[in-house]
Design a protein around this ligand. Sequence first.
Ligand code: HEM
Length: 275
Amino acid sequence: MNDAVLSQTLLRPLNARRAVNLSVKTWFYVAAIGHAIFLTYILAVFYPPIAESGLYGLKGLHLPTGFREGDTLGNLASVSHVLLAVIVIGGGPLQLIPSVRRYAPRFHRWLGRSYLLAAVITSVAGMYMTWTRHTFGNLVSQISITMDGILILVFAFLAVRTAMTKRIAEHRRWAMRLFLAASAVWFFRVALMGWAMLTGGWGIEWKSFTGPFLYALGFGQYLLPLAMLEWYFHCQKRGAGQGTQIAFVSTLIPLTVFMAIGIFAATMGLWLPRI
Ligand code: HEM
């Protein structure tokens, strides 16, 4: 690139469409860093004891229930849930990086199939544990997380169906929805810790793990990211107005800042101390 082209590129006004793309890219890379930290935590905390002692490795782990004598199916659900979480949390962001898709299409396909399978098993196991063992929260938390499990199954089915019928643009949209629904549990941890850091835990009853903030977050962990995604799709349309695009960017920037605070708080308060 010569100097004239370079300076023209740098001086090009930041129009609304470019601002949308830039804000989404920034959001994505901040989220990817946060996923990488959660992935490190899962690998470091759950893998060594389970590799050493199988189902008994769940004993003493930081889980609401973990190992329960005589409940083989529940223990299997718990083990498969935390082991496959690695593919869901590690694979999700990788699937969305355009250069991975472009330069390693076979890896993208292979990871895509593993991701889908892992997301489906993890959510079925999660729903099983939610309704057969008392894990955390109350009925509201059980219903809100179950809705996420159902959304994961529906989005996974639609992502596969559109890929099989070669409707690639639609496939991409369903795959992105699946990514956000499958990462809802990550958003939950990040938003919870960010909120606790900023407000001292307003609306949270820690002992019973209930309270208005937790109820809102139970649904918000997937409804808010999914709503932002639909808004992003709308901003990408040809006829999308500049006003809508600027409103989108002005909403996404503070949400990204909050997410970054939450990643820091979750890393320092939840993940790093247990690694
Ligand atoms: C598909 C994305 C999901 C991932 C990546 C994931 C990941 C995890 C991880 C890493 C844990 C261990 C707790 C921690 O240290 O943070 C966990 C626990 C748990 N998750 Fe999920 N989860 C997912 C979806 C779900 C869904 C949809 C449900 C329920 C419908 C669910 C229910 C549970 C339950 C009940 C536990 C406690 C397990 C126990 O006490 O043995 N999860 N999850």
